[in-house]
Design a protein around this ligand. Structure first.
Ligand code: SF4
Length: 368
């Protein structure tokens, strides 16, 4: 067999078409998916695209926006002898602004004797609960719609009595809506998240062109899909029109995944929610429906979060992660990037998470 894979050939063609566009002015294109940012950075797209195109990483990292109060609650729960605290691996290293003589992350809580276990799927949480009927298992479930859907499925199928959930689920589109409703959105076109659209349906992003006149296209994670979406939004921009295109239509179908959406609707309410470093975004979070309140870890353990809530919007001192998440600065514009803050010594969640823009930029070789 000879020749490049079809996707590589398609990517090259899209790149040539983008290079041929008559772009005279700067065009700022935001993505809202850590997977997109990783693909863009690892493929080195910023180095091969015309310089007028700015690719801006936006609010695409659920770990980065998980609020201080939720991390605090998880650390407090992990300190209880009767509790096994399970969470997706990235969450273990996310720091909280706690006094230096206390564990400041789940990883430190584990080092201090807490039973903290990383898991890769919600089903693992149920498995651990069933294997430990004499212990209380708390599942710290932080994530966007794609992660929250399997959590909803777990709740719907029936949780073991000794399993409760500390839910920190967030919806992506309200963060983009908040940016667009602000005085300076900071972008001219949007690449919408393919994975989220697969679950919730691409239609969720129609408000971007229809209400705000911003060209938009759903993209998958492959370079050719991303470049096809980029070509679409640039063409729309040049032609002065704005629609929602779909460059991931074989996977992200109209209506999304009906089963996942039904399970979310049956088990969870959409509520106002705090985003770390940003504050409260209306209707941007998930909470267990009242009939599942017995499985809400905050209620089950009667946690007093008053102190933590005072710091809900905070970032670690010196960390500019909130502005990175909102696309206001690039990761390497944070004064700590690559100096005090690296993946080995992360100061903020954007350097902790695999979906964080700071970590992605560092991993792709960007140093300054
Ligand atoms: Fe925060 Fe580190 Fe990113 Fe700076 S480089 S914004 S300190 S995570």
């Amino acid at each position: 067999m000879t020749g490049a894979p079809a996707s590589a050939v398609a990517a090259r063609r899209w790149l040539e078409r983008i290079r041929a566009l008559p772009l005279n002015e700067r065009v700022r294109v935001m993505n809202v998916c850590g997977g997109h940012e990783r693909s863009i950075s690892m493929a080195g797209l910023r180095g091969v695209l015309p310089p007028q195109i700015e690719l801006i990483p936006g609010p695409g990292c659920p770990v980065c926006v998980c609020p201080e109060e939720d991390v605090y609650a998880a650390i407090r729960l992990a300190a209880r002898r009767e509790v096994i605290l399970v969470a997706f691996g990235d969450m273990l290293r996310v720091p909280a602004n706690l006094p230096k003589n206390e564990p400041r992350s789940l990883e430190q809580a584990r080092a201090a004797g807490g039973d903290v276990r990383p898991i890769a799927s919600p089903q693992e949480a149920a498995k651990i609960a069933r294997a430990n009927p004499d212990r209380d298992v708390v599942f710290f479930a932080a994530g966007f719609e794609t992660t929250t859907a399997p959590v909803a499925a777990l709740v719907a199928e029936g949780l073991p009595d000794n399993l409760s959930i500390l839910l920190s689920g967030r919806l992506t589109w309200p963060a983009v809506a908040m940016l667009l409703d602000s005085e300076e959105a900071g972008f001219d076109a949007l690449i919408a998240p393919g994975h989220v659209s697969t679950v919730m349906g691409p239609e969720e992003w129609r408000f971007v062109p229809e209400r705000h006149g911003i060209p938009s296209a759903v993209a998958g994670f492959e370079t050719d899909s991303l470049l096809a979406a980029l070509h679409s939004v640039l063409t729309q921009h040049l032609e002065g029109r704005a629609v929602l295109d779909n460059s991931y239509e074989t996977v992200a179908r109209p209506g999304g995944n009906p089963t996942a959406r039904r399970l979310i609707a049956e088990t969870l309410d959409v509520v106002d929610a705090t985003w770390r470093g940003i504050g409260v975004i209306p209707k941007s979070g998930f909470a267990l429906k009242p009939r599942f309140a017995a499985f809400d870890a905050v209620r089950r353990f009667d946690l007093d979060l008053a102190e933590a809530r005072k710091r809900a919007g905070q970032m670690p001192p010196g960390c500019d992660c909130a502005r990175v998440v909102l696309g206001k600065i690039y990761p390497n514009q944070c004064v700590l990037f690559g100096k005090a803050c690296t993946p080995r010594t992360p100061i903020g969640p954007c350097m902790v998470s695999d979906e964080g823009a700071c970590r992605i930029w560092w991993s792709s070789g960007i140093r300054q």
